[in-house]
Design a protein around this ligand. Structure first.
Ligand code: PEP
Length: 255
């Protein structure tokens, strides 16, 4: 599973270039690939779907679908200036939603209580795939309390029935910094996350766990080789269609 998070980047011209670069570089694959563009551009991705249909014919009908998702949702609607409600995303038919990104936690003061409300709303929606981001800061990492921090962030799913529920492990200090943990350390943390969710969710789900934080087409293979790394959430490197396609291709050939 490979997900692009464009954050507040992009533009109409970029989408056109990105689409043709991605299509020209991406090999057929049969795993989940998703893009979370800024909300205002979501409808422009109908262009991408059209091109992918053409490609599907050219590639003997290998699966080419790209899923479109939300970078965040508002679990409520009504008098909430500036937000986009989960009902609107549902109506649009988006396939996945990211919640709990560290930028939402840091810049918009989102805490576990709010994130839990969002998860409950998502569980009651027809948005199929939910991606919960968790991760420790540099200071927490230095103090050696990474697992405690992650366990606390994972409390939002305690006793919940979870379906199509993915965790993205994104150390805050690795996001956009060019720094990453060692692949072996990522693997160990992913195993820990799977164990915690399995023990605490009502239906004992063993979630897929994606790694996020400065993933590029240069380092992706070293992460994907690890047993408990089920894919990546890619920020900066997803803004270039060719680079993102390279990451998808690397996952295709590594897993
Ligand atoms: C992110 O913010 O989700 C992310 C992974 O960013 P980057 O790849 O740019 O570090």
């Amino acid at each position: 599973m490979i997900i692009a998070n464009w954050k507040s980047n992009g533009g109409l011209m970029m989408i056109q270039d990105w689409t043709s670069d991605f299509i020209n570089s991406c090999s057929p694959k049969d795993f989940y690939v998703g893009i979370a563009p800024p909300v205002i551009y979501i409808s422009d991705f109908s262009l991408l779907e059209w091109d992918l249909d053409t490609l599907k014919e050219k590639s003997n009908n290998k699966i080419w679908d790209i899923n479109i998702g939300a970078q965040d949702i508002d679990h409520l609607s009504g008098s909430r200036t500036g937000t986009v409600s989960i009902r609107m995303f549902e109506e649009f038919g988006i396939d996945f939603a990211i919640i709990g990104h560290s930028e939402r936690r840091e810049f918009f003061n989102e805490d576990n209580d709010l994130i839990k409300q969002k998860i409950i709303a998502l569980n009651n929606s027809n948005i199929k795939t939910k991606i919960l981001c968790i991760g420790e800061t540099k200071e927490e990492n230095d103090k050696g309390i990474t697992k405690d921090i992650l366990k606390n962030q994972l409390e939002v799913v305690d006793a919940m029935e979870l379906e199509n529920f993915i965790i993205a492990y994104e150390p805050v200090w690795a996001i956009g910094s060019g720094l990453t943990p060692h692949p072996k350390d990522i693997n160990e943390i992913h195993k820990y996350i799977k164990d915690v969710v399995q023990s605490n969710s009502a239906n004992k789900l063993i979630p897929k766990v994606l790694y996020g934080g400065s993933v590029t087409d240069k380092n992706a293979e070293s992460f994907f080789k690890e047993e408990f790394v089920d894919g990546a959430l890619v920020g900066g490197a997803s803004l270039d269609g060719k680079t993102f396609a390279n990451i998808v291709n690397i996952y295709n050939s590594t897993k």
